[in-house]
Design a protein around this ligand. Sequence first.
Ligand SMILES: *Cc1c(COP(=O)(O)O)cnc(C)c1O
Length: 418
Amino acid sequence: MHHFNYKNDVLHCEDVPIPEIAAAVGTPFYCYSAATLRRHFQVFDGAFSLPHLTCFAVKACSNIAILRLFARLGGGMDIVSGGELYRALAAGVPAERIVYSGVGKTRRELHEALEAGILQFNVESAQELETLAQEARALGVRAPVALRVNPNVDPKTHAYISTGLAKNKFGIPEEEALELYRRAAEMEHIRVQGVSCHIGSQLTQLSPFVEALDKMVAFVERLRQAGINVSWLDLGGGLGITYDQEEPPPPADYAEALARGLAGLDCRLILEPGRVIVGNAGILVCSTLYTKRGGKHFIIVDAAMNDLARPSLYDAFHCVQAVKGPERRRVRADLVGPICETGDFLARDQDLPDLAPGELVAVMSAGAYGFSMASNYNSRPRAAEVLVDGARFAVIRKRETYEDLVRGETIPDFLAQS
Ligand SMILES: *Cc1c(COP(=O)(O)O)cnc(C)c1O
């Protein structure tokens, strides 16, 4: 479900025609629908009747306006860096609704999160636990901790976004985790409060979630037998969306499957959805520059892999639509950007609308891991981000300028003389 629809053959986001935004802000730009974001958050959050906190995975879509929108709906945040902590706090998210995951939290980042007073650190190694305890001691506080357990479950998704297999860098194997919990429980500046896991992203089946849940529930029971009581169970994110033909389970089925596995456990849940909330709530709009029809057909647009990395990085599929006149001849072609890499494509060997130079194009389902993965490669200023709400729209991130590109760069004295 999303609010990107054609009215009189012109693509709209809610009540705003996409060409109107393009005329005001130029291309390329990301366009998000506030109604879609709200609905997705509420459907997901509302699917759980157990006590829980829905912590949006900031890395999926990090703009502070969007974080604020979720915070206003009662959402927390799942962060993976000091920069994301800064964003969440800047967006007005209460610290007691923030959980912090990731294998490589620096001492400084741990310190900042302790100072902010976040809800939970999902600790991924014995060394990290030790560093966290030292920083907590220095601040005279107790750090609220869950260990991230690696349940060794195959999420059946792309290898780069599988995180819950023993061969992945994430989490701690169960046996080791049990030992580490014993140690953590003895540490003066650590407060053991939960268990966490996150097995991967873009999952389209329930079975891996259920398999991981069963292992986590058994693990919580083992902990309790060892006299370590935990009250939070963080099950991570990972629920997939439809980009093409995928048929992921709806949030209601996901919630029901989890509730069944959790019956009688007496833990509050933390959920960390990212993609399922924002993926289909955002599109990337660009302009056609040129077409090449010698042998293979190429449509060259003003957005590129630096704007949307997913096709190049994961060979991911995005549906491509003409902003005006959706019913038209289709051609087998590649949609490519101006970057000097053969891997620079937004769609490859796809049946695309037969676009002419100057026409606007929408790359659909680009709300998750779109702008948040954008770079300045080829010295391309990053695109603008626009949020639509009903008949209104606002630029929530200005298009970068050439000055932005060289900000922070200096020519040292020894090169300054000619
Ligand atoms: C990336 C990530 C998520 C969100 O994953 P989605 O597939 O976008 O739902 C949640 N938790 C952790 C720890 C992550 O690294």
